[in-house]
Design a protein around this ligand. Sequence first.
Ligand SMILES: [Zn+2]
Length: 394
Amino acid sequence: MKKLQYLFVFLCVTLAQAQTFIPAYGARVSQVSQSNINSGLQDFVSFGTKTTGSTNNANALNWLKSKYAAFGYSTSQVIEHPFNIGSVTSKNLEVTKTGTLYPNTFVLVIAHFDTINGVGANDNGSGTNALLEMARIMKDVPTEYSIKFIHFSGEEQGLYGSQHYVNNVVNATSPKMNIRLVFNLDQVGGTSGQTHNTIFCEQDTNNSPAANNASSASVTQQLKNCVALYSTLQTNTGVAPAYSSDYIPFQNNGEVITGLYEGYGDNNPYPHTSGDIIANMDPVFLFNVTKAALGAVQHFAIASTTLSVSEPGVEHAASDWTVYPNPARDYFEIKASGSESGKMTFELTDMSGKSVLRVQDSKKIDVSGIPTGVYVGKLQTDGQSSSKKIMIKR
Ligand SMILES: [Zn+2]
């Protein structure tokens, strides 16, 4: 539901806090899988136009439920919230992961899954699949604050699903739900054939109420810092006002909001049309946005800064492959066991999370052009990936 151009308000926001790269966060970010995102987008568009209340919309909700079940979330963690728009019924899906220190304070990570006039690959298959990929990776990661991943319906007709949630879930208890912040992802898929290196971090500029604006500015600055630390993307330099998406009912309720948006306004002709298909978006941009968002979710919910053995693909797969020599000088070889026939992607990122090398189906890696230092190597095979430290020394 994004069809306005941004007005840039060049306010000086000087709320930068000390935020440094946390290696465990970076290791989880490196678990974000392009192939998962691509197959998720294909599933999403396969349901057709998911107008609120339609069978396609209900089928997409069931698909979301099946994804969370496959990730290992229990049925008690996954709650459907039905609501009506006139005579039409649809459902939001709320998935809760309980925090270790502050179980009753919630970081809400939200994206709508209903579409209008088309299959909605970008608007909002992009945000939907970013949430899924983050929820998959965070499944067994302890966080101090509780996280709710919420998939809203009814967004395109006027934010009905999120408004229903605020009225009937957030405000249904006394005291109301304690929300640390609301992090919205809507239309973060870009346009094919264009260079996307910037993601907009949106903040609350609405003055009814105004009391939550400063907190929104603060968390949005933290979001920008996370984008810089955990992805290759840049952020908007001015203020990107939050508008026309599911964070708005929360802002009206006085909550602290922030969001990610591709930020190209009317320059993207596809959303809300039959042209909003995967071929017209940029799945690599979505991959990078998901990395940035996962860094931010870990920061906002204060994730564990040590990797646990139960985290898939981290400790476990580290024993499944090695590089030789390590430290390396001008090249090294990957020695991986199993899945020799499968497609293999290797990526090297520096300790700030920036990608410096990416190769496919090659086991001899030339690093002669890469500066001396410590890097994180990520090997991806058959949809699984794992990371380990690699040193380059001359
Ligand atoms: Zn949207």
